[in-house]
Structure formats: structure tokens, C-alpha cells
Design a protein around this ligand. Structure first.
Ligand SMILES: *[C@@H]1O[C@H](CO)[C@@H](O)[C@H](O)[C@H]1NC(C)=O
Ligand SMILES: *[C@@H]1O[C@H](CO)[C@@H](O)[C@H](O)[C@H]1NC(C)=O
Ligand SMILES: *[C@@H]1O[C@H](CO)[C@@H](O)[C@H](O)[C@H]1NC(C)=O
Length: 177
């Protein structure tokens, strides 16, 4: 599809992949980067008249996360369109990388380039661990020996892929009768 569109343009192989890091929960309109500046594109185009006519846009096909960002067509500045919550986008996943693709095309078709962009969404620990239930009922037989261990469900932390326990010293507790 995109290949059909670029026939007739003189185009260079993809030269750069960009990596950006952004904290989750930074709100909307958070600045991510500027493609032209970050890739030194003016030098690459080597024609200031043509450079000034370049228009930037997301290639959304196969990049569904594009809808969470906006790009200024003339300046190539990328900002968030919405508040990004890592736990909603990549729940329990140890890494959260959103892939975007941007095209830069000059009006006269002399220059055409695409850029692959990886946006790493940094975790800020915004979810306190919680226990599945606030209390547990244990049936303890009178015949139980002192020191018998009972298993209690561990805490769940959405910010972590691991289950952990922050209030109980161990996943088991000792009961004496
Ligand atoms: C850029 O353009 C100038 C003048 O048009 C030319 O002398 C130079 O070789 C070009 N540089 C590259 C890297 O194409
Ligand atoms: C893009 O940036 C230019 C220069 O800062 C600004 O004038 C223009 O309004 C911006 N376009 C959009 C759609 O925000
Ligand atoms: C524990 O038992 C009490 C009394 O039977 C009951 O009201 C409570 O809902 C039970 N809690 C759980 C977590 O099962």
C-alpha cells in the first residue's frame, strides 16, 4: 500500500530509527520529540527550499498506537494526544514500547523518508499493591498442631509482573492454638 504511494519519488533507505522515553501519566500534549531536529534532517535533505516544504505525518497502518500521539505537520513535533497509563496499555508487561512510523515528504516529491520510532513508556509506581480480599477466614481444626502453616493469597501489584507481599512477612503465617 505505502509502496505504491512512493513510486515516483526519489527515496533513500530508512536511515534512522528513533527511540524516545516518556513517563506514563504525563498528561496530554506532553512533548516527545521533533523528528527534523532529532535526525538533523535539514542536513540530510541538503536543499533548504525543499526542506521547508516537507510535511510530516504518521503512517498509521500497522501502528495502532499512532492514535495516542499527534504530529505537527510542518514542524514535525510529536506530542501525546492523551494521558498514557502504562498499566492500561501494557498491563503486567515488563516492557512497554509503542511503535510509530512517520513519513517526511517534500511537496515537489524530491525527498521522501520514513522514520521508525520506538516510544518507551516508563513506569511510575502509581498502583499500590492490593490483596484480593481484605480479610481471610481460616478454618482451624482443634487437632491442628502448633506451628501449622496456612497459605494466604499474596498481594497483587499491577506495576509489577511478579506477585509480592508487602504487609505479610511471608506467604505463610504461623498460628498457635
Ligand atoms: C549539498 O549541497 C551542496 C551545494 O548544493 C553540495 O556542494 C554538497 O556536496 C551537498 N552535500 C551532500 C552531502 O550532498
Ligand atoms: C504547528 O506548529 C506551528 C509553529 O509552531 C504552529 O504555527 C501551528 O499552529 C502548528 N500546527 C498545529 C496543527 O498545531
Ligand atoms: C469471614 O466470615 C465472616 C463470618 O462468617 C463473614 O461475614 C465474612 O464475609 C467472611 N470473610 C471472607 C473473606 O470470607
Amino acid at each position: 500500500m505505502d509502496k505504491i504511494l512512493i513510486i515516483g519519488f526519489m527515496f533513500l533507505p530508512t536511515l534512522q530509527s528513533l527511540v524516545y522515553y516518556i513517563d506514563e501519566e504525563s498528561g496530554s500534549n506532553k512533548f516527545l520529540g521533533n523528528i527534523a531536529t532529532d535526525t538533523n534532517l535539514e542536513k540530510l535533505v541538503n536543499n533548504s527550499d525543499d526542506f521547508k516544504t516537507i510535511q510530516y505525518s504518521f503512517l498509521t497502518q500497522g501502528h495502532p498506537h499512532s492514535s495516542k500521539f499527534k504530529i505537527n505537520e510542518t514542524t514535525s513535533e510529536i506530542r501525546t494526544k492523551e494521558n498514557l497509563d502504562r498499566e492500561t496499555i501494557c498491563e503486567y508487561s515488563p516492557s512497554c514500547v509503542l511503535s510509530l512510523q512517520v513519513s517526511a515528504k517534500s511537496t515537489y516529491g524530491i525527498f521522501f523518508e520514513t522514520f521508525d520510532i520506538s516510544v518507551h513508556l516508563n513506569d511510575i509506581n502509581d498502583n499500590t499493591p492490593y490483596f484480593p480480599s481484605s480479610s481471610v477466614n481460616l478454618s482451624v481444626s482443634e487437632a491442628s498442631l502448633v506451628g501449622t502453616k496456612f497459605t494466604i493469597s499474596s498481594a497483587i501489584d499491577k506495576d509489577s509482573t511478579k506477585l509480592f507481599c508487602d504487609r505479610l512477612p511471608d506467604l505463610t503465617s504461623r498460628v498457635s492454638i
